[in-house]
Design a protein around this ligand. Sequence first.
Ligand code: SF4
Ligand code: SF4
Length: 144
Amino acid sequence: MIHFPIVADSETLEKMKDCNQCGKCCIKYGDGALSATAVEIDLWKLFEPHIYQYVKDNEIWFCPETGVQLSRCPFLEIESSQGKEKYTCSIYLSRPEDCRHYPSNIAEMVRDECEMIDVKDLEDFKKAQSKLDDLMEGSRPRRQ
Ligand code: SF4
Ligand code: SF4
């Protein structure tokens, strides 16, 4: 999901476009399509009760008051900057694995209309996947 790059860029490396924080992925998957690992849930329970309160029966995200599944992730926020809206994650460093691992492959990005995809990435999925894996190195294992 919304991915803030943490790896220093090499000027010579051909790179995938960075996430522009369009928010499409969080909006699409934040309504019950996400899961968290048991370890993550245990850690939230111990150290981050403001996140844990949205867990119910080891699933995310549920309203703490009503117990009803939320239609939108409670940690998705909108910032306005220079007349443009950008989405941010208010629990970025503690976000669930599902979010840390997104985007995982090119077909998924095309399907979700992820704005990191460039026209030239559509010409060679294998090369594009390798560029994506480079970009995501700090968040998840390589896919190939
Ligand atoms: S936890 Fe963060 S990254 Fe995951 S859906 Fe919510 S706002 Fe997006
Ligand atoms: S859909 Fe792609 S560009 Fe948009 S916020 Fe998600 S990862 Fe970033």
